[in-house]
Design a protein around this ligand. Structure first.
Ligand SMILES: N[C@@H](CCC(=O)N[C@@H](CS)C(=O)NCC(=O)O)C(=O)O
Length: 125
């Protein structure tokens, strides 16, 4: 029990250090014309990222979102109703997880590398 609590604390602490490092080493944002950015902003409305603030895989994914300059909605999956939504609609509480709405259907994508690849394919110039 104590070991579990200590491990959780160490993980949280490490996560917060990673968040801090991310803040001071943010990648540069991609620049677009007003028209292009408006199109990208519109497309991004149909996406949302379920994530934890101090999860290193989420930090990595948020860095890509920052670099791609997309206004992606972040949902804190440590809080309700997002946690329950993730569990019941996507299948499990694992983050990051990207919710994608397309042609009236919703699909969920786990795995930070896969999410970053998807966002890069869609939004890199
Ligand atoms: N291979 C995954 C790892 C994701 C992962 O392990 N996420 C942890 C948080 S850092 C998680 O969701 N754990 C479930 C939980 O804490 O309930 C990725 O790259 O996205």
């Amino acid at each position: 029990m104590l070991k579990k609590i200590l491990l959780k604390g160490a993980r949280e602490g490490l996560g917060r250090i990673i968040v801090l490092l991310d803040l001071v080493t943010r990648p540069k944002k991609i620049q677009r014309s007003v028209e292009e950015q408006s199109k990208v902003d519109d497309e991004t409305q149909r996406l949302s990222l379920y994530q934890f603030y101090a999860c290193p895989f989420c930090v990595k994914t948020r860095r890509a979102v920052h670099r791609l300059n997309i206004p992606l909605a972040f949902r804190d999956a440590q809080k309700e109703p997002h946690r329950e939504q993730l569990k019941s609609e996507a299948g499990k509480v694992k983050v990051p997880c990207l919710r994608i709405e397309e042609e009236g259907a919703v699909r969920w994508m786990y795995e930070s590398n896969e999410i970053i690849r998807y966002l890069d394919q869609r939004f890199s110039p």
